[in-house]
Design a protein around this ligand. Structure first.
Ligand code: PLP
Length: 446
């Protein structure tokens, strides 16, 4: 790399020599060296400041280096850095209380994991043991994590290299009106037909074989397709009718991202299990978990739950969660995310959709939005093929970066997912850069 300090260059060289990166061909990557981060900003090795519209992997919900959370981690480190899960610990107990008080319904028991994938793995294990059944239904265009079962439940191209039918996973089509699988022309039709499809799929797979259905309440990486009114209620009813455990994956959508504590809160739906990670402590220390219904918790009242982790409810991670949730509450961060979506991001994105012919659709809520880019608005041909990227998308990401904006992109989409507490000024700054970048995209498809 050129133009970076000697220290940063050494970091980069050691990385290239010794670090094996996720989801990458190792020879073709060129990681940006980050030397500092604060709030919604990052500083790179060459000293350049970037506005982070990605919240990293959509996890820094309260931005970088929040002083209350940093202080809580430091304080916890001075008293007790680690303790086995079999002991009770103040940070873990308090984090469990704060989470249980915010999860919907009576999801009041919390099993802590290290992240989202293992939260989903454990949720399915609980569902299988609770129901005595095996199969798991999950949606196409979803992501549930990188471990064996979680990647098989995933409905995006990252599943293909690890596909393994023995995991008992079956996929269904969720609602997605812009690219409807049901020839629908309205949200109502899409909702009704998606539910009919799911009902049929359950009948043909055999309700007596299905333990669980896992669904991102609002899909994240797969494209932020906010479900139409009635869809999640319909899924809840089908699960109840057929004795299927409904798992809401809130790993990306939870903890304020959608303008409510959890995305299911938009739809008044209570799942049987709710999985979380990322925003629970903004990712300052790895943490995830499962919020468990009384009925499923009762299954493991006198029967042993056959699962655990060395770091379940790790003190540093749960102390960070306590401080994060308290800061979100004290600073009104969830309400701020809702307002940003309604008054700043939503209106700006709808303006982009009117002005930029490369924009096929915009959708989202809170600080959880996607801009779907197309080559042609009539045919809706995506700017990158399903399962791949394209030179155009590469140029768009590079143009944003050149202008000081870090974006979260997937296939043919740019996601607008800044921290939930980004200021209106910074949000507007980033949106202004995106406006310029979309003008470049328009020219690319001219
Ligand atoms: N579920 C969803 C919806 C996610 O977005 C992710 C990660 O992006 C995961 C699960 C997996 O979480 P982790 O990477 O912490 O294992």
């Amino acid at each position: 790399q050129t133009g970076i300090t000697e220290d940063a260059h050494r970091t980069w060289e050691l990385d290239r020599k010794h670090v094996f990166h996720s989801w990458s061909a190792q020879d073709s990557i060129n990681p940006m060296v980050v030397t500092a981060a604060q709030g919604s900003y990052l500083w790179a090795g060459e000293g350049k400041k970037y506005l982070d519209f990605s919240s990293q992997l959509v996890n820094t919900n309260i931005g970088h280096q929040h002083p209350a959370v940093v202080a809580a981690i430091a304080a916890q480190a001075t008293t007790l850095c680690t303790i086995a899960p079999s002991y009770a610990n103040a940070a873990r107990s308090e984090a469990a209380r704060l989470i249980a008080e915010r999860t919907p319904g009576e999801l009041d028991r919390i099993f802590f994991t290290n992240g989202g994938a293992d939260a989903n793995e454990h949720a399915v294990r609980m569902a299988r043991l609770h129901t005595g059944k095996h199969k798991v239904l999950s949606a196409y265009r979803s992501y549930h994590g990188g471990t064996q079962l979680a990647i098989n439940m995933t409905g995006d191209p990252r599943r293909w290299p690890s596909d393994n039918a023995s995991t008992g996973t079956v996929h269904f089509f969720p609602p997605y009106l812009y690219r409807t699988a049901f020839h629908a022309t309205t949200e109502e039709e899409e909702c009704q037909r998606a539910l009919e499809h799911l009902d049929q799929l359950i009948a043909l797979e055999g309700p007596a074989t299905i333990a669980a259905l896992i669904l991102e309440s609002i899909p994240g990486t797969a494209g932020i397709q906010v479900p139409p009114p009635g869809y999640l209620q319909g899924v809840r009813e089908l699960c109840t009718k057929y004795g299927i455990v409904f798992i809401a994956d809130e790993v990306m959508a939870g903890f304020g991202r959608t303008g409510k504590w959890f995305a299911v809160d938009h739809f008044d739906v209570v799942p049987d299990l709710l999985t979380f990670a990322k925003g629970v402590n903004s990712g300052y220390v790895p943490l995830g978990g499962v919020a468990i219904s009384p009925a499923i918790a009762a299954t493991f009242g006198s029967r042993v739950y056959p699962g655990g982790l060395t770091y379940s409810g790790h003190p540093l991670a749960t102390a960070a969660a306590v401080a994060t949730i308290n800061a979100m509450e004290d600073e009104g961060i969830v309400g701020h995310a809702a307002t940003l979506g309604e008054s700043v991001i939503g209106p700006a994105l709808r303006g982009f959709a009117e002005r930029h012919r490369s924009v096929g659709e915009v959708r989202g809520t809170g600080v959880f939005w996607a801009i779907e880019l197309v080559k042609d608005r009539q045919t809706r041909e995506p700017l990158a093929p399903y399962g791949g990227s394209s030179p155009e998308m590469g140029q768009i990401v590079a143009a944003a970066k050149e202008k000081g904006l870090i974006t979260f992109t997937n296939l043919n989409r740019i996601h607008v997912v800044p921290p939930c507490n980004i200021s209106v000024e910074d949000a507007s700054l980033g949106l202004g850069i995106l406006d310029d970048v979309l003008a470049i995209a328009d020219a690319l498809i001219a």
